[in-house]
Ligand binder design. Structure first.
Ligand code: TRP
Length: 326
């Protein structure tokens, strides 16, 4: 089985958009690949975080992923910072990365412009990400389009290292999901539903209460045409709700249009609100059971041991090849 690996940064909120656009995708892939999934907590530190909140969020994110259906039997699940060999590998990779190529990363250019006092780790961010990917010979890396360039950099770093020191790394490829539907902001359907959105009314959090979920959907922006028809250009608001329903119920868009033929927006919204809030409350029920369980610690300990061994072995191979060995 080929190995896939993805990381999620524990910042912002986990949203329905994340579930439909990416978590659902990972759930599908876990049957076909040897899957690794981790919380990239070290990556969160490139910007100052509230330590207490970060600590909580690391555990919350993992519990929520499992509650959504990421199966611990099919995935190696771990916390990045519990594997000290990853930053060690990252340093060795920094030595085969050019300053020019790191500083050309779009994310670095944008974020360093936003804050004059940006940290050095903002520049080395994609090299740490390369270490995440390369230590365990990941073949595919499912990421959003914004991270594609970082996976390509990892591939370039690996190629350079292999050329200089001999075959050491598998060359990874980004796996950009175009299958998962992009869910839009409920208030402004021209934007994607984003976990760092300033307007929380447009974003459904997987941690929202049933009442909040319902109210957000009932207040979603729509047009005034009052017919349930899918048209992302002319009717983005209602089409977004159709997408959400289609994705959660695994129904065809055409079938939804037929089912709600002649039904007005208020009634349709009520139905979507019902379906989504039921879905979320089921997930939350599982989440509550997992969050403080011993089982979750067992899963994380197992992931930690397994990936530490892999990363340690890769680290030793790298050191040997680079000549930093007794
Ligand atoms: N940088 C990614 C993001 O912001 C998270 C991440 C860290 C990651 N390491 C990774 C994703 C390795 C894929 C593979 O979303």
């Amino acid at each position: 089985m080929k190995r896939i690996l993805t990381g999620l940064k524990p910042t912002g909120d986990l949203t329905l958009g994340n579930y439909i656009g990416s978590i659902k995708q990972m759930i599908k892939l876990q049957d076909e690949y040897d899957s690794y999934i981790f919380v990239a907590d070290l990556h969160a530190l490139t910007i100052a975080q509230d330590p207490k909140l970060l600590k909580e969020r690391i555990r919350k994110f993992i519990a929520m992923y499992i509650a959504c259906g990421i199966d611990p039997k099919k995935n190696v699940i771990y916390i990045q910072s519990e594997n000290e060999f990853i930053p060690a590998i990252s340093y060795l990779l920094e030595c085969t990365t050019q300053y020019g190529e790191a500083s050309r990363m779009i994310q670095f250019k944008e974020k360093s412009k936003q804050n004059a006092n940006f940290s050095v780790s903002l520049l080395t961010y994609p090299i740490l990400m390369a270490a995440d990917i390369l230590y365990c010979d990941s073949v595919y890396v499912p990421v959003g389009i914004d991270q594609k360039q970082h996976v390509e950099l990892a591939r370039n770093i690996a190629t350079r290292f292999n050329n200089r020191y001999g075959e050491t790394f598998v060359l990874p490829e980004p796996l950009i999901s175009n299958v998962g539907t992009k869910i839009r902001d409920l208030k402004d359907p021209s934007k994607k539903m984003s976990k760092t959105e300033e307007n929380p009314q447009g974003v459904i959090s997987l941690f929202d209460s049933v009442d909040v979920v319902k109210s957000k959907i009932m207040k979603a922006t729509t047009d005034s045409d009052n017919t349930i028809k899918y048209d992302m250009e002319l009717k983005p608001g209602i089409s977004n709700l159709i997408n959400i329903l289609s994705s959660i119920e695994d129904k065809d868009i055409k079938d939804i249009e037929k089912e709600f033929n002649g039904v007005g927006y208020a009634e349709f919204k009520k139905h979507v609100a019902e379906v989504v809030s039921n879905f979320i409350s089921e997930i939350q029920e599982k989440y509550e059971k997992i969050l403080n369980s011993k089982e979750l610690d067992d899963i994380l300990n197992e992931g930690k041991e397994k990936t530490r061994k892999l990363a340690h072995d890769k680290y030793e191979i790298m050191k040997e090849k680079m000549g930093v060995i007794r």
